[in-house]
Design a protein around this ligand. Structure first.
Ligand code: DAH
Length: 340
């Protein structure tokens, strides 16, 4: 038995010192010290020893086990350190490498115009409202005094999802939606920038474009309030020398209706190619809110009045930045976008 213990000790120490991985070391631990391990098996045979021999063998077996454990722990520590060192070596990073520059974007000209318009109108006491792009026939047409058989619908023949649901052709549906939300409260002073959709597609028309709607309702609102607000807006947007001109027009949801021109931003009004030598550029439609529209929104046209307007954001961006082709706005060509 003494020989057995000596042999086990030597075999275990040698094998453990040569173990080259934590897994194989663990296997050796089971093999020598485990419940069914070699040392345990020998200890089980101690019952057969004489009373004199048993304590001696017991002591020796303990010493062998302690030594194996010591060697095991030492080797385990070495292997752990080796694993850590390998990991550290493989994960070194060169902190002196130059960083990767992130390309920084710029705001799209349409976003710039919308942001600036929001700033201007907020300065005039307006709130920014929103409405859905997928709109009901009711809000897009009916509530705006455009019944089903109205000829003015032809101008906005559009993308129908079903006979009652359309991609909104204008931001005007937000007028009645806002009135319903305000539920009779005064004043109503909102603008609504957003996307609109029509089945046009050529050099100056895109099937998706942007509008900014405006709506003001209060007691004693008149056409001069409309003119004053639009003059303040256009002068902040295009420069303080810009003049405006109102021409009679027709929209089903306003009465009277007007088209608003600004003095040409290219030539200052003397006449050039951009303004077709008229000195004026049309920039928006507007008017006094039609009594039927006020009623549809729950307001009494006998007690309150209001004005509304709607402008095309693309047109304003083209005039403000001198962009001569609408399609540039949607091509995402970096050479174009970087200029803003
Ligand atoms: N919704 C009209 C369009 O798309 C623009 C417009 C005209 C809006 C007059 C208005 C308005 O609010 O009063 O052509």
């Amino acid at each position: 038995m003494r020989e057995d213990l000596k042999r086990i000790r030597e075999a275990a120490v040698e094998a453990m010192q040569q173990a080259d991985s934590i897994d194989s070391l663990n296997e050796l631990k089971v093999r020598f010290l485990g419940k069914k391990g070699e040392l345990t098996t020998i200890l089980k045979g101690m019952g057969a020893l004489s009373d004199e021999e048993r304590p001696l063998m017991g002591q020796m077996a303990n010493e062998v086990r302690d030594e194996i454990n010591r060697v095991l722990d030492a080797r385990m520590e070495e292997l752990r350190q080796a694993v850590l060192n390998a990991k550290l070596a493989s994960e070194t990073i060169d902190v002196t490498l130059p960083g990767r520059a992130l390309a920084r974007g710029t705001k799209h000209p349409l976003t710039l115009v919308i942001d600036e318009a929001k700033q201007i109108f907020m300065g005039l006491g307006f709130e920014v409202a929103e409405g859905p792009e997928i709109e009901s026939d009711y809000y897009n047409f009916e509530a705006l005094n455009l019944p089903k058989d109205h000829p003015a619908r032809d101008m906005q023949d559009t993308f129908y999802i079903n006979p009652e649901i359309v991609l909104r052709t204008q931001t005007s549906p937000v007028q009645v939606r806002t009135m319903e939300k305000k539920a009779g409260e005064l004043p109503v002073k909102i603008i609504c920038p957003g996307k609109v959709y029509r089945k046009d597609d050529d050099a100056t028309h895109s099937p998706m474009f942007h509008q900014i709607e405006g709506l003001v309702i209060d007691e004693h609102i008149t056409m001069s309030d409309l003119k004053g607000v639009l003059l303040a807006f256009t002068q902040q947007m295009f420069g303080k020398d810009v003049k405006i001109r109102l021409r009679p027009s027709y929209f089903p949801f306003t009465e009277p209706s007007t088209e608003v021109d600004i003095s040409c931003v290219m030539c200052g009004g003397t006449g050039c190619r951009v303004c077709s030598n008229t000195g004026w550029l049309e920039i928006l439609g507007a008017g006094m809110v039609h009594p039927n529209v006020l009623r549809a929104g729950g307001y009494d046209p006998e007690k309150v009045s209001g004005f509304a307007f709607g402008m095309g954001v693309e047109r304003i961006a083209m005039l403000k930045y001198g962009i001569n082709d609408l399609r540039l706005m949607y091509e995402n060509d970096m050479r174009f976008l970087r200029q803003f």
